[in-house]
Design a protein around this ligand. Sequence first.
Ligand code: 5CA
Length: 446
Amino acid sequence: MRLTRYFLPVLKETPAEAQIVSHRLMLRAGMIKQASAGIYSWLPLGYRVLRRIEQIVHEEQIRAGHIPMLMPTLQSADLWRESGRYDDYGQEMLRITDRHGRDMLYGPTNEELITDIFRAHVNSYKDLPLTLYHIQWKFRDEIRPRFGVMRGREFLMKDGYNFDLDKEAALHAYNRHLVSYLRSYERMGLQAIPMRADGGPIGGDYTHEFLVLAETGESEVFYDSQITELKFGDRAVDYDSVAECRAVLEEFTSRYARTDETHDEAAFHAQVPEARRRSARGIEVGQIFYFGTKYSEAMGATVVGPDGARVPVHMGSHGIGVSRLLGAIIEASHDEKGIIWPEGVTPFPAGIVNLKQGDAAADAACEGLYGALVARGLEPLYDDRAERAGAKFATMDLIGLPWRITVGPRGLEKGVVELTSRRTGESAEMTPEAAVDRLSQIYVAL
Ligand code: 5CA
């Protein structure tokens, strides 16, 4: 993408309404624009990151054996009356009446809708286990939408639902989700710690939230500092193996880590030596639930079991805050100049800065680099504006591409360009071909 042909409305001023750094930077970098309270338009740069995050979520869900689909945003109130949640859900639910006077709602989550699909089409235990998921917009009429996409009213969520014959099988699904979530967050350059939490309006007493530690986080958390040393890494876990998935769950949940809803000061003191006790704030980027037969019993989602009798299925639901993740990643990865995207989610793998637009050699070298990167599947953002170098660097630093290739007449006389890491600020001179090779190596390893 050439910057002169792109739509990147960066702001010079710091927007006054933004209280936290991720919100400020998303506005300044031209990623989002507020449409109304808690509702945002995704401008091209923000949309690219949103799509990258979605892509990672899809890849990891499919790897775990979960099946993608798409349910609508608008749902019939009748389904929610069946589960009993229509009245329970309260003010957060946006209720709508259609022209025929039918009660509808903008889905805040999808347990009812998916259970209705399941009961219409699945009849036998032989069709289990089954996990279906989608990535779809949700609406929760939050009383205090704030911090940009972090607590929106309309937000993008991945929500998945498992259907199993019994509790044991459903707990395997739970563990499988935990593993796939750990992988997903690490690919996004994040450490998200599973913490024991509360079921809230979804229900169930077996639930973990995934938290990214950050001062601006809305949740108060208590944990054993040892937990922050755990890395999932690139280990190969067989998702069909009950033992392997359980081992990961045990490893990542054996140390004390709880949100304030479930925190128990006495247990904290008993289990964690003082030097390792931490209390901090965190951003909740996902939550997994096992709630047994809560919805299947209320809505008649049963299957014929092995002995011929009908039994309600055991279920769980599993969510990732896809749009919230942009804010969480920026909170975890920025400096005073702007965003620092991890390679896994960056909107463009690299930026090209032409120090002397209009100089024949510099223009040709930039075009050559551009074509070579595109040919390797690494479409860069080429700053081809007739601007000063300082302004170009400031834009690149603000939007946070992890790598910058700087091209100028002086370097080209020696046959080199400069490759700079946004994270470390370190630069190295090399031939354009070497820069392309280096970037290919970095991105191929992801
Ligand atoms: N049905 C379950 C799991 S699919 C569910 O709705 N879980 S949830 O309520 O925990 O939401 C899942 C994730 O969505 C949360 O972990 C959080 O990351 C994200 N989320 C929830 N509310 C908001 C909001 N107002 N703005 C942005 N993201 C949100």
